[in-house]
Ligand binder design. Structure first.
Ligand SMILES: Cc1cc2nc3c(=O)[nH]c(=O)nc-3n(C[C@H](O)[C@H](O)[C@H](O)COP(=O)(O)OP(=O)(O)OC[C@H]3O[C@@H](n4cnc5c(N)ncnc54)[C@H](O)[C@@H]3O)c2cc1C
Length: 458
């Protein structure tokens, strides 16, 4: 037996393994298991972790994953989260990577260590102690948070839709407001059932259409003291001169027309100066009475990036990366998705914070990390903009697709746009689960939607 082991140790190493001279496997750590990070760690786990060619680990502060572009549906109450969320622990087990529950709060580049905070349960009991995890290659994929640009009252009175918990909190507040309006003895106050959505990018615009439908759905379940046409109002507030400014003007106009027909009030060229308990104050003096306020007017990098062992950050606290997605000051640290700031050669703007960018970067980094470990040269990352699509729930989907007709953009609406919009989520599910599970999950959800109420009432 001893002879067998000795002979084994003399055998040439599998060219695919990534052990260093001391025989220790390379440790690749991905922090953040969102739209981009979870795809990356799943692919690396399948390619390298499962066959023990490298040690792949995910550090993530949540226990389950929900694809972020679904959050407006959670906020509006039209989605059952449990049908879409992915459990990190079991997903890691099936895909060859390790899941380390915890929040990154610091970094020591010289020691190659990621510091994690201690975590506690609702009653203050310790779940995981403070600890540090070593890495050889580190990928930071912790997404973004809403940027309130220091506007007074936002953190106190408005809700941002950055996490499933925030989206669910908004939905509970909305249902509770409807229950109160139905049971109180006095008439419904002005603003009591008004929702002001600040920021008419894709998130705010999609939320306004989805809310229009679901609030009426809730009221239809017997809250007959509320008159939807008189008591409920949704106002979309945008500082630019048009809504969904990333779409061509023609599509912004059709979106505005459609929302107008639904009764959504649109205020463009409107800068918010303060959010109060009873509504939103605009520059120029106009006040929008509203007891339910959503802030969706721009994003920035999470606070932890601001001082992450002197890695370079942008004005919006994202990590500045080169064309290989390596951070500018450390070759062993990569950043991807919303938390990365990358301006491609010849471009004037950074790659936008979108799921399609995170998806493309996950595919790119899977290849790059494998080639890098094998000592092969790497190509730079090239972003391909496939266009933007905005879902107005059951009413329509509108958008522009890039590069389909002789390299030019194509405007799409209706059924085709809706299919294209859904395909981005299908691609994400496919990257995580493969084609069979993705198809089965889609079919199950399709069938259960036929038999369940379309709005959540709790
Ligand atoms: C309502 C809504 C609708 C959207 N619609 C679209 C759309 O239609 N099309 C599109 O392309 N994009 C859309 N987006 C944008 C898209 O969701 C993001 O661009 C995308 O999710 C970014 O992916 P990511 O992997 O960088 O970050 P995320 O998906 O946000 O994932 C970040 C992960 O990191 C974890 N994390 C954060 N901090 C830490 C920490 N310190 N330690 C450990 N873990 C941490 C988080 O828990 C999370 O799991 C939408 C966004 C929203 C909010």
């Amino acid at each position: 037996m001893a002879l067998e082991n000795t002979l084994k140790s003399l055998e040439p190493k599998d060219p695919g393994t990534t052990a260093d001279s001391s025989g220790k496997l390379q440790r690749i750590i991905v922090v953040g298991g969102g739209a981009g990070g979870l795809e990356l760690v799943t692919r690396l786990g399948e390619a390298l972790g499962r066959s023990s060619r490298a040690k792949i680990e995910l550090i993530e502060k949540s226990r389950t994953h929900l694809w972020k572009p679904l959050l407006h549906e959670v906020a509006a109450g039209s989605m059952d989260v449990s049908r879409h969320e992915v459990d990190y622990l079991s997903h890691a087990y099936w895909h060859g990577f390790g899941y380390r529950f915890g929040e990154m709060v610091g970094l020591d580049r010289s020691q190659h260590l990621v510091h994690l905070a201690a975590s506690h349960d609702e009653e203050g009991r310790l779940i995981t102690p403070e600890r540090s995890i070593g890495y050889d290659t580190l990928v930071i994929a912790i997404g973004s948070v809403s940027n309130d640009f220091g506007t007074p009252g936002v953190s106190k009175y408005a809700i941002c839709i950055d996490t499933p918990e925030q989206a669910q909190r908004f939905n509970r507040r909305l249902i509770n407001a409807c229950l109160l309006a139905h049971t109180q003895t006095e008439p419904v106050r002005p603003g009591q059932l008004h929702v002001a959505i600040i920021g008419a990018g894709a998130t705010g615009t999609e939320l306004s259409a989805e809310l229009h439908r679901t609030v009426r759905g809730v009221v239809a379940f017997g809250l007959d003291k509320i008159d939807p046409d008189k008591d409920i109002k949704i106002t979309l507030i945008e500082a630019a001169d048009r809504i969904v400014p990333m779409l061509p003007r023609r599509l912004s106009d059709s979106t505005a027309r459609l929302l107008g027909e639904l009764g959504v009030e649109i205020l463009t060229g409107a800068r918010v100066t303060e959010v109060r308990a009873d509504g939103v104050q605009l520059a120029g003096g106009q006040f929008v009475p509203s007891e339910l306020v959503v802030w969706s007017a721009g994003v920035r990098g999470p606070a932890v990036l601001k001082d992450l062992d002197e890695l370079e950050t942008s004005a919006a606290s994202q990590l500045v990366v080169r064309s290989t997605l390596q951070t500018t000051r450390d070759d062993d640290i990569f950043a991807m998705g919303d938390c990365a700031y990358f301006v491609p050669d010849g471009a004037t703007q950074p790659i936008p914070p979108r799921a399609q960018a995170a998806h493309q970067q996950a595919s790119y980094l899977t290849k790059l990390i494998r080639r890098r470990l094998a000592g092969k040269p790497t190509e730079p990352f090239r972003y391909r903009d496939f266009g933007s699509l905005v879902s107005l729930g059951e009413f329509s989907t509108i958008g522009s697709l890039m590069g389909f007709v002789a390299g030019k953009g194509m405007l799409v609406e209706g059924y085709i746009a809706r299919m294209m919009y859904r395909s981005l989520y299908k691609m994400h599910e496919m990257a995580l689960h493969g084609p069979l599970k993705m198809t089965l999950d889609t079919a199950t959800r399709f069938l259960t939607r036929r038999t369940e109420p379309h709005v959540k009432l709790h």
